[in-house]
Design a protein around this ligand. Sequence first.
Ligand code: ADP
Ligand code: MG
Length: 307
Amino acid sequence: MGLWDRRMIVVTGKGGVGKTTVSAALALACARRGRRTLVASVHPKDRLSPLLEVPRIGPHNTPVLPNLEAVNMTPEAAMAEYGRMVFRFRVVSHVIFENHLVKAFLRAVPGIDAWALLGKATYHAIEADGAGRPRYDTVILDAPATGHALSLLALPRTLAELAPPGPLRRDGQERWDLLADPERTEVLPVTLLEEMPVSETAELVERLRGDLRLPVRRVLINAVPERTFEAEEVERAVTEGLAPPDHPLIRAAAWDLHRRRLEDEQRGRLAALTGLPQVDLPLICQGRLRRACVERIAAALEQGVPA
Ligand SMILES: Nc1ncnc2c1ncn2[C@@H]1O[C@H](COP(=O)(O)OP(=O)(O)O)[C@@H](O)[C@H]1O
Ligand SMILES: [Mg+2]
């Protein structure tokens, strides 16, 4: 069983490293492989729809492309859905969850908003239709940045241990069993080849493995620039007098070689700190990323993560 067979994929990493972009790419790749896929994001503003070039994505699962549904979860909508799931009957849950006292109570329970989000995403990963068939083959959670993601992922275990016996504890245990299962789940850290993201990724991996014991098998390195020339070619251009050393293009090339050295250093650090395989995803040189760009990242994922 590999990445392409997982039921639940949690994409996380430092803010701005490309979690949402990578989640969209992963979603396209999974859907293309014929897996019924749900990609679930958590952003104040919908960030997925421009990447996929589909209509605005709201807080309820919506089909957007063949084999692909998307949702931009909000705690309120997720909580209301959770209420419906627990109480089965919409009317009852409506009466309970729309009640101002109940709302105030739920707001006062620390982590309940976060649980509504993680609860929704993980529910869809175990949800079955009337015939007992899984509703989705893959659920991709475009999770919050590192620190928040870690506390989010720890929630079901806390619920399983500390909630009073009842639906919350039962759900907590069930979702923890899912997340901790290396067959069904993979946590995918995304990073850039820069010092701070690499340090944060190393810490993330340590926490995932150490305290949480959640399955993490590889690191995605996003926005890797294409190598358009080799160092020797630049040297040769200078020694053969094709271009003087202070020619702007030669200086630009020297800078690029310098940057590559720094990136290789970070690659080495990441490998030493985590011991995990690295999968490179290309830097796309374009103002705003469109679906064609995301497709290129998806292709790199398919190439870097063989079935
Ligand atoms: N591979 C890439 N090539 C070029 N730009 C990228 C790439 N991945 C992400 N970006 C850009 O970087 C910014 C942050 O990406 P995003 O996916 O929103 O990160 P996150 O979800 O981690 O905050 C966005 O402007 C996005 O378009
Ligand atoms: Mg994002």
